[in-house]
Write a protein that binds this ligand. Structure first.
Ligand SMILES: [Zn+2]
Length: 434
């Protein structure tokens, strides 16, 4: 059994000026608490909530006696968590700032500070007493409520000043148990596609993630150049445009990752299969992004295309109870899964087995070798268990069915509209991308 948590975003109705002012005041006090706590935590290298609370609770509590006492708790949790991630970032050299910046505050609430009243309103404790706020029902919220998720006691609130609303981040939880896998779906992640082996067919789902990252990188650079020459570096309009670009990039990548993860996980669940992923190192050692010199850009591509996709698959898999295993990715595309001999690649993604002479697509090789390793083979000689699952037609390509050594390419525009692989299984043979 494992517990899965999902956050659902809900907006309140437009508040009266007076009510909204209460929350503005609350936010100001809360921000102040967190900022002071973070300062202290960073200076004393504290990342544990319990220690921060033990050392600072009394001071924090006495700062705003009119504030319900549990805000001092949640501010300690909030500060401990942001200190933790800040110190880790700094250790990895990804920030040079002395302290984390608190840009937009979200107020953390626990079970003493808020409660749901039915589905349409919530009640929040403030320094001016309890305030009831009506919320807008949305499809997302109803879906979680109807599918047996339970509302957790913690929540976060942000203020939407422009529309005088609260934005609530509600947590939903569900217990899920993993099934015993009857087989494997293997996933080989590239910069711009994910190769997935399902029922003996390798599907190449185009994601274009590195192109998205690079595209936005160049757009950002040209915006910077243009605005720098007009307004000078770091101007307000420039920052606004850059922020919008950054948000768009993030949202697009998120959508790509989650949609594809959901598709893969649902197919695995339907077959009661486990998902086998490559075990990735901490750093972008992958040879495919070596050509990118800028370390920050490499990091972003790596995160988006490899780590990000894996994380999305892991998260979705937990929700469906699909087991995920990790296998050693070394040389997965270099050795023939049938003969264990080296595959010699030309300038493209096609190679020839040095023993059998058959042609292979790199991603198909990788997917089959991941399967061999998942099944306990060493990727050298195919264990009989796997051979038995692969139809043999006696031809030069031991994988049998004509398309088995060539992946079935699926453009993003297509798979993004699917909820399952049925469309492609019915049609089969969509244009194969080399
Ligand atoms: Zn071979």
């Amino acid at each position: 059994m494992s517990e899965v948590t999902r956050t659902v975003v809900v907006r309140s109705e437009r508040l009266s000026r007076r009510t909204f002012r209460t929350f503005v005041e609350l936010e100001g006090m809360y921000r102040n608490l967190v900022e002071q706590l973070v300062l202290y935590a960073v200076n004393n290298n504290i990342t544990k909530f319990t220690r921060l609370k033990a050392e600072r609770y009394r001071e924090v509590r006495s700062l705003y006696p009119q504030l319900p006492s549990h805000y001092a708790y949640t501010a300690c949790q909030d500060a401990a968590e942001s200190t933790h991630s800040f110190l880790r970032m700094r250790k990895m050299g990804r920030t040079r700032k002395p302290y984390p910046e608190v840009r937009s505050v979200s107020i953390w609430l626990d079970d003493h500070l808020w409660r749901a009243e039915g589905l349409t309103s919530i009640n929040i404790a403030t320094h001016r007493g309890r305030v009831r706020v009506s919320i807008e029902l949305n499809r997302h919220l109803l879906r979680y409520v109807n599918r047996g998720w339970r509302l957790a006691s913690e929540a976060k609130v942000k203020l939407d000043r422009r529309n005088r609303r609260l934005v609530l981040y509600l947590a939903f939880r569900k217990e899920v148990s993993e099934y015993k896998p009857k087989g494997y779906v293997t996933v080989d992640v590239n910069e711009d596609a994910e190769a997935v082996l399902i029922d003996g067919i390798v599907y190449l789902f185009e994601t274009g993630l590195s192109r998205v990252t690079l595209g936005y990188y160049y757009r950002r650079r040209s915006v910077q150049e243009k605005y720098d020459s007009v307004y000078g570096p770091g101007s307000r309009p420039e920052r606004r445009v850059l922020k919008r670009l950054g948000n768009n990039e993030k949202a697009l990548k998120r959508e790509i990752r989650w949609k594809l993860a959901a598709l893969i996980v649902r197919e695995a669940a339907r077959r009661q299969a486990a998902i086998a992923l490559e075990r990735l190192g901490r750093e972008p050692a992958n040879h495919m992004i070596e050509r990118i010199k800028d370390p920050q850009l490499r990091h972003r591509i790596f995160q988006a295309a490899f780590k990000g996709i894996q994380r999305a698959i892991e998260e979705k898999a937990r929700e469906y109870g699909v087991p995920v295993i990790y296998v050693d990715p070394r040389n997965t595309s270099k050795v023939c899964p049938i003969h264990g001999a080296e595959i010699v690649y030309g300038g493209n993604r096609h190679g020839v087995c040095s023993r059998g002479g058959e042609t292979w697509h790199r991603d198909v090789v990788a997917c089959y070798n991941l399967l061999l390793r998942a099944l306990g083979g060493d990727g050298g000689y195919a264990p009989s268990r796997v051979r038995a699952t692969i139809p043999v037609d006696g031809g030069p390509v031991p994988l049998g069915p004509t398309a088995a050594h060539e992946p079935t390419g699926v453009p993003r525009a297509l798979w993004a509209r699917w909820r399952s692989l049925r469309p492609i299984m019915n049609e089969q043979m969509i244009e194969v991308k080399a």
